[in-house]
Design a protein around this ligand. Structure first.
Ligand code: M6R
Length: 607
């Protein structure tokens, strides 16, 4: 997703903007640019490609000299990645902007502006916004922004320079996130905290339809009627180390290794006397007893965490759970209302589909519970109840530690719900909670054997397509393993319920096709083994992830990774680790950009 930065201070703005943008690279982008107030007016440098291409262009054309400016990494939506479509965009003589999100009614606005005699150089909705601001410009920037905002719909954030105000950056947001950082005689705008952490840990969260005004003297905020707004100054609770690779080759590998600590940070504070205690999140046994049905709504990896949640909640608490893809949920007129609980799981808390699903659920009278990693994000702020996952910043596009803490929360929630509903007794709840707290040590042990997984991934170098199979919780895991592999290795793969293969998909198996089987559920073991034999008999090369008590014969597994065993119910916490590592090593050996896979964005704030 696009990244916005801005700097007002005493230092060389171009260097700071490029450095800050580099901290937003994880969001995914295909072009970058900056605009700086110089002695000769606003100088724009922009380029298709990576930040290195932008820097090369600046070196060739001359670095803009100035101390106030805005910058952008673009993830193309309206128009192909190109120098022309890159941001910043000018809107006539008065306005230069960077933009994240979508101006939904840009076509109508463009027609209107063309009718007023304006012409456009790019295909972007951003240039339409820039021209609209210029069209309404009356010498008063705040008034101009407020006027233009009346005309636009969509979710977006903007960083704006007005030519007549060379020492000032203006910013406004509607839905899309934007923060305003404050340091010593300098201030910043950014789409996310990592961009400014090197300079300051203190920031304000710009809210919906608020305008920020940044000068060297400080920052101020107002609403669309120009009324001053006082805001709470926040302090980022993680430091630069959390946003750096710290010796790991990739953020993804670092984040895989951070999983034990992330679980501890997420689980330990929610356990009292050996039992889960979520009352600080607004959840008590009384509230839990009210709910008839649970819906878990999310996207991608977060949705897969919901799949684990479904199995665990239904098994322990005997409450029906429907897991929905957020983009489907909102358009299928869901049968929800009072007495239903909607759990929204999201790392970023800004995923447009998940946010919209949550708003719909609220409107229909259901209670909403957010399981979110990003502090102060939109999903976190709007939910009725909130459980923060404490994964820390997740930089790699492929989600790993966020998934781990999402499923940890699913367990805690299921344990407390099952106890509240009288489906398990205190002793069983204590036993399960204690096991959950032991998982970090098991994961550390698994990570000590990551070379075994690396060797397992070698045969995938030339694979064109493969299958993940499993039953029950192992099927939920297969879905996550398959997504992880797809997104970073670009190898086509599908996850299948192992028992479903014979109903059609088994016809895809050819000699040498890799099949990754997850087999951690003892009750289902014999059945899963039969399904593995079916694919093996048809020539598949099999990779087995199973518990250590199982010693597979060669007619079952060509490659095997054996996991320490805990209660079957908790095996996903362990089994996902080799699946993450298989995807990671497959992507590394194929020479892919692991942390920034093609076409993907970390936070998907468009529908
Ligand atoms: O920020 P969210 O958790 O709401 O994001 C949801 C998905 O976009 C995300 O999990 C995506 O599937 C990941 N890239 C998967 O690794």
């Amino acid at each position: 997703m696009c990244g916005i930065v801005g700097y007002v201070g005493k230092n060389c703005c171009a260097d700071i903007l490029v450095d800050a943008l580099s901290k937003l690279e994880y969001r995914g982008y295909d072009s970058a640019g900056i605009a700086v107030f110089t002695e000769n007016g606003i100088q724009i440098t922009k380029s298709k490609g990576r930040l290195a291409d932008l820097s090369a262009k600046m070196n060739a054309e001359g670095k803009p000299q100035g101390t106030v400016g805005i910058g952008h990494t673009r993830w193309a939506t309206h128009g192909e990645p190109s120098d022309t479509n890159s941001h910043p965009h000018r809107g006539g003589a008065n306005v230069t902007i960077v933009h994240n999100g979508i101006i939904e009614n840009y076509k109508q606005l463009k027609e209107f502006l063309i009718a007023q005699g304006r012409s456009f150089v790019s295909e972007t909705d951003t240039e339409v916004m820039a021209q609209l601001l210029d069209f309404y410009y009356d010498g008063n920037p705040v008034q101009t922004i407020a006027r233009a905002m009346q005309e636009v719909s969509g979710s977006f954030a903007l960083g704006i320079l007005f030519t007549d105000f060379p020492g000032t950056i203006y910013a406004v947001r509607r839905e899309s996130p934007l923060i305003v950082g404050v340091g010593e005689a300098e201030s910043f705008i950014a789409s996310d905290v990592p961009a400014i952490l090197k300079y300051t840990a203190q920031y304000y969260l710009l809210e919906h339809d608020e305008i920020a005004v940044l000068t060297e003297q400080g920052v101020s905020f107002c609403d669309m009627q120009a009324n001053t707004i006082r805001k709470e100054l926040l302090t980022a609770d993680w430091d630069m180390d959390a946003a750096e690779k710290q010796g790991y080759e990739h953020f993804m590998l670092k984040e895989i290794h951070e999983q034990p600590e992330s679980i501890k940070r997420t689980v330990m504070p929610r356990v009292e006397n050996g039992l889960p205690d979520l009352h600080e999140c607004g959840i008590t046994p009384e509230t839990l007893r009210q709910f008839r049905n649970i819906y878990i709504v999310a996207c991608g990896t977060a949705m897969h965490a919901g799949m684990v949640g479904k199995y665990v909640i239904e098994k322990l608490a005997r409450v029906p759970v429907i897991v929905d893809i957020a983009s489907e949920f909102r358009y299928r007129e869901p049968l929800i209302g009072e007495g239903d609980l909607i759990i929204i799981i999201s790392q970023s808390g800004e995923t447009a589909d998940s946010l919209a699903a949550m708003r719909l659920a609220k409107k229909l009278g259901a209670k909403t519970l957010a399981v979110v990693n990003a502090k102060g994000s939109s999903v976190a702020r709007e939910a009725d109840m909130l459980i923060y996952t404490h994964a820390g910043p997740e930089i790699a596009v492929a989600s790993t530690k966020a998934y781990m803490v999402q499923i940890s929360v699913m367990y805690l929630f299921a344990f407390e719900l099952a106890l509240a509903k009288g489906q398990i007794d205190e002793a069983e709840c204590r036993r399960l909670t204690a096991l959950l707290m032991e998982t970090p040590q098991y994961i550390t042990d698994i990570l000590a054997h990551k070379e075994t997984v690396e060797a397992m991934a070698k045969p995938l170098l030339d694979a064109e397509s493969l299958l993940y199979i499993g039953r029950g919780l192992d099927y939920a895991l297969s879905m996550e393993g398959s997504l992880k592999l797809k997104e970073i290795s670009y190898i086509h793969s599908e996850a299948y319920a192992a028992g479903e293969l014979k109903h059609g998909t088994i016809s895809l198996i050819y000699k040498g096709m890799p099949v990754i089987a997850v087999d951690t559920q003892k009750k289902l073991h014999e059945k899963t083994v039969s399904n593995i034999k079916e694919v093996k008999a048809r020539g598949a090369v099999t990779f087995l992830v199973c518990g250590e008590s199982y010693q597979p014969d060669s007619d079952i597994a060509d490659y095997c990774f054996r996991l320490p065993e805990i209660d079957d119910l908790l095996m996903p916490m362990l089994a996902v680790v080799p699946l993450q590592l298989i995807a990671y090593y497959a992507a590394v050996q194929r020479g892919n950009d692991v942390d920034k896979p093609r076409n993907l964005a970390k936070s998907v704030t468009v529908e």
